[in-house]
Design a protein around this ligand. Structure first.
Ligand SMILES: [Mg+2]
Length: 245
């Protein structure tokens, strides 16, 4: 169930969170794999009504941020609530109805991305899906024959070199992203000294756990982590959020 150095349970974690954070505290939550399960069609990750209710209630009680690799528009569409969003791994935020770039040259990367899109790699590799993220681009290999993965990876790595973009490798995905951006720095920028909860499921979330050691951190799922706590899956994490909402 829930581990803290090997032992604990959901109830204990809920009690601990309630003790550490209270009304007005900050909460930074990853989206995919943390609030919704990873699915084969990443463009269909709409938040179910039950999740919207949890997030709505949390946003009334705490200073809530969703921190995701996705672009702001997707997060707005999927969640359908007027809440704080940090998108593209921390390159851009959406607060009080306004999109705010968090890194220099944010918009300049868009033209480079256009050039990469014009390469139409999805026509070259059967099953490859390419997603425009405004100033980032994501290649989804989930439906591609595994024999082609190395070839595709090599091609994307040379593109990254040519256009001075950073590479991120996730579960069945490779992403070209703005160099030097990470969720941890973005979260730190919005930290206000109040108690805080941070949760996520992937490597990109580790920067938040590492750069904000004062926060109560939760890793969702398997794998190594710097988080203080771990929960088994999305479902278990949502039950915890429901309990503190
Ligand atoms: Mg995730």
């Amino acid at each position: 169930m829930v581990d803290k150095e090997g032992s604990a349970d959901s109830e204990r974690l809920i009690t601990e969170i309630k003790m550490e954070i209270e009304g007005g505290s900050q909460i930074f939550l990853d989206y995919d794999g943390t609030l919704v399960p990873i699915i084969i069609d990443p463009e269909k990750c709409y938040a179910p009504q039950s999740l919207r209710e949890i997030l709505f209630n949390l946003s009334k009680k705490y200073e809530l941020y969703i921190v995701s690799g996705r672009q702001i528009k997707e997060l707005k569409d999927f969640i359908g609530l007027d809440i704080n969003l940090i998108g593209m791994h921390g390159a851009v935020a959406y607060l009080d109805g306004r999109e705010i770039p968090l890194v220099k040259d944010f918009y300049q990367y868009a033209s480079r991305i256009e050039k990469v899109k014009e390469m139409n790699l999805q026509e070259k590799y059967d099953g490859l899906r390419v997603y425009d993220k405004s100033s980032g681009i994501l290649f989804h290999l989930g439906l591609v024959n595994k024999n082609l993965w190395d070839k595709i990876r090599n091609e994307i790595e040379s593109i990254a070199l040519e256009y001075n973009m950073e590479l991120y490798y996730g579960k069945q995905i490779i992403e070209l992203k703005i160099p030097g951006v990470n969720k941890g720095d973005a979260i730190r920028r919005f930290r206000n000294g109040k108690p805080c909860l941070i949760a996520g499921d992937e490597d990109t979330d580790e920067s938040g756990f590492i750069k904000c050691p004062e926060c109560l951190s939760i890793h969702v799922g398997e794998g190594n982590t710097h988080a203080k706590y771990r929960v088994k899956n999305v479902e278990e994490f949502l039950s915890i959020l429901r309990a503190i909402s």
